[in-house]
Structure formats: C-alpha cells, structure tokens
Design a protein around this ligand. Sequence first.
Ligand code: ARG
Length: 459
Amino acid sequence: MADMMWAGRFSKKIDKTVNDFNSSISFDGRMYKHDIMGSIAHATMLGDCNIISKEDSIKIINGLNSILSDIENSSLQLDPSAEDIHMFIEAELTKRLGDVGKRLHTARSRNDQVAVDIRLYLRDEIAEIRKLLKELAVTLYNIALEHTETIMPGYTHLQRAQPITFAHHILAYVHMLIRDMGRIDDTEKRMNYCPLGSGALAGTTYKTSRQQTSDLLGFTAPMANSLDGVSDRDFCVELCSALSLIMTHLSRFSEEIIMWCSWEFKFVELDDAYATGSSIMPQKKNPDVTELIRGKTGRVNGDLVTLLTMLKGLPLAYNKDMQEDKEAIFDAIDNVKLCLKTFIPMLATMRVLKDNMRNAAARGFINATDCADYLVKKGMPFRDAYKITGSLVAYCIEKGLTLETLSIDEYKKMTELFDNDVYDAINLETCVRERKSEGGPSPDAVKYQLEIVKKALDL
Ligand code: ARG
C-alpha cells in the first residue's frame, strides 16, 4: 500500500482493514472521467488566475488527459487499495509529473471535488435516462397509434368496469413517463450549480475564479454558500425519488403485463426472446422481465431511504457518511437503466391479442352504466336508472344472459322507457365511441390525446 497523501500528520501506516473499510474506489472509480474533467477546469483556472504558472497548468492538463486516455484504453488500471478515485488520479499525476502534479490540489479540497464530480456524473446519467424514457414513451405512442379502435375492459378494483380502448390504456402510462421526464429535468436544473471553490468548507484565501470553473464545466452558476456547496446532497435524494417514481410506474405496468400474460386474461403474448421457461413445467412461458422490474422497484425505494437516512442527522459540513451516497444513487441509476433497456424492446415486440380483449369486454356487464345512461336520456333520474339496471344485471346473471341477449319484453317489464334502440345504446362499439369527453377513451378523444402526447414528446 502506498503512503497516504495525508501521511504527514501520522506516525503509523493505516490499518489494512480500516483502509479497505474507508476506501471508496471500488464504487467511485466509475467517476474517473468526471474527476478528470473537474481537475482540468480547476487547473485551467489556477493557471489563468496566476495561482500556479501557465506552464504548470498546461503540464497538469496534459497529464490529466493522458491519464484519461490510459484509463480508457485499459493501459492504466485503477488501484483497488487507493482511498478513492480523487486520490488515485492525483497520485498518478504526481507519479507522472513529479512536483508539478502536487500543485493541482491548490485551493481545492476533496470535499468540493467530490461534490462537483457527482454532479457531473449524474448530469450524464440523467441525460441517458431521459433518452431511455423518451424511447419508451415513443414505443408506447406507436402501440397506441395502432390500437385506437381496440376495445378492452377498463377495470376498477380489478373488476371489469367500463369499456375503453387499448390505446387509451397505454397512453395513461405515456403521461406518467412525460411527468417522469419533467421530474428529472427539474432535478437537473436544481443540481446544475457548481460547488468547486467551496474548498473543505470555508472557501479559500487564494484569488480564484469560481465563475470560470463553473462556466468551463457547464454549470449555471457557482453555488452561493461554501458550506452548502460541500454538504448538499439534496440532488441525490431528488434524483432517487424521481427514479423511485419511474420504477413505480414501470412496476405497475409490469404487474398489468404479468396479468395480461396469464391464461385468465391472455390479452398479450410476449415475444419468445423476452420470456423464460420453467425447469420442470414444459408448458410454461413466464414474464420474468416484468417480475424483475416489479422486484427491483423495492430496491430503488431502498436506495432512496438509504440517502434520506444518511443525510438526516449530519451536521454541516462534510462528514464521511456522505460517501454512502454513491452506492445508493449508482444502484438506483443502474437498475432503472437496466429495466428501461429491457422493457423497451419487450414492449416493442409484444403481441396484442385484440380478440381476447374484445371477448373479455363482452362479458362482465361493462355496458351497465351505458344502460342506465340510456334511461337517463329518456328522462329517468340517474339513481332510479341505476337501480333498475342493477336489477337487470342480477336477473341476467341468474338466467345466464347478458344485457345484449336479454329480450326487449324482459327489458320492458322493468320500465316502458326501454325500446329497441337500447341494443344500440349498449353496443360496446357505441359505448366506447360515445365516451368522447375530454381525456376519454373514444377513438376521437384518443386521437386528440395522441396529438397532445406527440407535442409533449417533440415528435
Ligand atoms: N471518497 C470521499 C467521498 O466519497 C471523498 C471525500 C473525502 N473527503 C474527506 N474529507 N475525507 O465522500
């Protein structure tokens, strides 16, 4: 194990177990590029502000760039015994440049360094997740386009309730995804302020330019308070909370797909490439992908609780507890990306079994509301119409009939308001077509909704 950078104050080497316990390189190593970006901006600023010489600044920048390419082409491996990625890169720079490398950490602390690194890292991840969310939304938009006339039962309490279309059902998820995109955009906006220059906690006596490093790294502005600069991890919590909601949406959708794949529903059929078999039951085709998504949602929620709990008792400013932010937020990011990347092609290749949806819609009296509405339109108060229709449904169940197969004489026994046109009023196609209130499932209302979605997705 190499000597620690901070070895000066100590008379003994660090205990190996403590070093392993303390070390974060196994998980913060993934931020190497962002650490180097931050250091390049810092070194540029140090040179421009004459805190170090221009010559040294250039040497440091070149050294950092060569470390970056060496890590990228695998000719430089991260040292697992290093304390963290920041120490590793600085030590490597000094190995390459000698004393010049030792000048990089002037007017900077690892506390503002790590705070800037995570922000830069998360900014890239947010961009990737946003792209995936849009891809998923577009996949669903395309499915919806094909199914504006596909009738299916809508449910409440998982009981068949009223007729809707498959497009309408799918678009409900698209709206959730649009809000998800908005949420991570908001997180990014609030996160995109630069903590660099906050130092350990109390800024610095050097005449630095925080504006310059902030501009070089593409931040909106430097953070206004150095204590807040090094202590703030709100953005991790905010992002993780947005990720939890994304997972919640994917999980609810997954749950529906799991049900739709069952023989009891059989509304969809997954492509063989996106389903799995059983080790014993030859007939099985299991929707494991969706089950894993549902399962991983708990894990991402756990990451959110980890972050909230880690922060809640911390006095200002930096505390080592904060190192725990990374595994939590990285785990959440990795799993959301993994889920999205699998879910998108699974949905794009999923077969929609329209006839089964239509058959399910034909059972379960999902046109009962329309039957009551028919009487209302003939002048009866809704509550009376509701009661009469309820009795008709009970009668049909007893006789093994449906509202469609009940004879007009039997209808008329309930009230003379019924006429032959009742059959048209309770016809499922009519029921859906007439649900054209704004945001409703009728093909016309859904076409309008598709326009709204198209705009929101910039299509
Ligand atoms: N690895 C540390 C972390 O992730 C970096 C900051 C260390 N700062 C310190 N004062 N020990 O939080």
